[in-house]
Design a protein around this ligand. Structure first.
Ligand code: CAP
Ligand code: MG
Length: 428
């Protein structure tokens, strides 16, 4: 049965208003459905419409409130959403509109939210990162080289004392950052408070011995009130960072935690566990670009975005676009991706992680530049001579790359790096 009024959401001559939110979707109409019908359905169901005309429709014109299909070009449809459709500062509501029911409709075979252009009034209703790239660099006193870090491995199973020792070895070996893994919270074998206490104590020891600032990104992921309690504990014990699994926690909880950071003043590290369920299928779901923009607006200071050279899916082209989109003030229109002016929303630090080891550092820095946070777990703790050597090898690979020295050449005088590239090889 043909829906009655979806085509009234088509307005290809519509003149976009400065307060409109603009979305680009990649779409494939279902069999027997025209591109216009499918596009109208997306606009209707993501704004004011439903499949049949309504007796409850008020006399006054609310058509202006409805979303408008402004462009259909090959596989892409562009839709303009009047600002009044949304509650400013409420990310869950905004996503329930533009990324809600639309993915389940029979009118489409597949649908992917590719990019969003955010109106200024909406951007101003979010806090953005408290620290961002420059704030994190200032905290660590590292001016322009990539930050290097590790994840304590194995991701689960170590007790608090073992965890703290692995972290200490990584810092002692020269790494800036140690983080908990995305699924380590407060399990029977590793209690949150005990872990933090032991690890922060050894962080301070490593800082004294190396003379360098060190960072511990402790995972507070839990029920929202519990997350706030854990963040307060980190603050009280003098730890500067908290880590949150942004998707499994949800954007409502993430906004709550970001609000708490105004008082607690912790840096927020965002892990994107579960993103693949949304981002992996290039025809259906939500792009990592959109998830990154949502996190920048809400105010995560740094976010995992991929490596292209490591173990996780993601192309150099897509990841490079995301690095530019989250770290720059202006982003130009590129193909079907929209231009953006981030105004006063601070740049969010790009985190490259997943299957990295010293041998992959040259292409990583060549592709994405120096404003990245490099995280290697197996690539440090899997070093044949252990964590301290693994940490040294990662730092050495960064130093060699920044000084444009071939890794094999540099390894001749740096045995830790030699150990790493003998085991894992290297890319130029
Ligand atoms: C990396 C990692 C990170 C992934 C997440 C892991 O460990 O700790 O969670 O990087 O993926 O558990 O796999 P390794 P992404 O260094 O040992 O691979 O950054 O793509 O979100
Ligand atoms: Mg992990």
């Amino acid at each position: 049965m043909k829906a009655e009024w979806y085509d009234s959401f088509l307005n290809l001559n519509y003149k976009v208003k400065k307060d409109d939110l603009i979305c680009v979707y990649k779409f494939k109409p279902a069999r027997g459905i025209s591109a216009k019908e499918a596009a109208g359905a997306i606009a209707a169901e993501s704004s004011t419409g439903t499949w049949t005309k309504l007796a409850t429709m008020p006399q006054r014109r609310i058509a202006n409130l409805g979303a408008k299909v402004i462009k259909i070009q090959k596989d892409y449809v562009t839709i303009a959403y009047p600002l009044d459709l949304f509650e400013l500062g409420n990310m869950p509501e905004i996503l329930s509109s533009i990324a809600g029911n639309v993915f389940g409709m029979k009118e489409i075979d597949s649908l992917r939210l590719e990019d969003i252009q955010w109106p200024d009034k909406m951007k101003k209703s979010f806090k953005g990162p408290k620290y961002g790239v420059q704030g994190v660099r200032k905290l660590l006193k590292v001016k322009d080289r990539p930050l290097v870090g590790t994840i304590v491995k194995p991701k689960l199973g170590l007790n608090e004392k073992e965890h703290a020792q692995v972290a200490y070895d990584a810092w002692y070996g020269g790494l800036d950052i140690v983080k908990d893994d995305e699924n380590l919270t407060s399990q029977p074998f590793n209690n949150f408070k005990k872990r933090i206490k032991k690890t922060v104590k050894l962080k301070e020891k490593a800082e004294k011995e190396t003379g360098e600032r060190k960072i511990y990104m402790a995972n507070i992921t839990a029920e929202t009130k519990e997350m706030i309690k854990r963040a307060k504990y980190l603050k009280d014990i003098g730890n500067e960072y908290a880590m949150v699994d942004v998707l499994t926690c949800g954007f409502s909880a993430l906004q709550t935690i970001r609000n708490e950071m105004d008082d607690l003043k912790l840096v927020l590290h965002g892990h994107r566990a579960m993103h693949g369920a949304l981002t992996r299928n290039k025809d259906h779901g939500i792009s990592m670009t959109v998830l990154s923009e949502v996190c920048r607006l809400i105010g995560v200071d740094q976010l995992h975005i991929g490596t292209a050279v490591g173990k996780m899916e993601g192309s150099t082209k897509e990841i490079l676009y995301i690095v530019e989109d989250i770290e720059n003030k202006f982003i130009k229109k590129q193909g079907h991706m929209l231009a953006e002016n981030w105004g006063n929303i601070k740049p969010m630090f790009a985190v490259c992680s997943g299957g990295l080891h010293p041998g992959l550092i040259p292409p990583l820095i060549k592709n994405f530049g120096k404003d990245i946070i490099i995280q290697a777990g197996g690539g440090v703790h899997g070093h044949p001579d252990g964590t301290v050597a693994g940490a040294k090898a990662l730092r050495q690979a960064v130093d060699a790359t920044l000084n444009k020295i071939d890794l094999a050449e540099y390894a001749k005088t740096h045995k830790e790096l030699a150990g790493a590239i003998n085991k894992w090889g290297y890319m130029k």
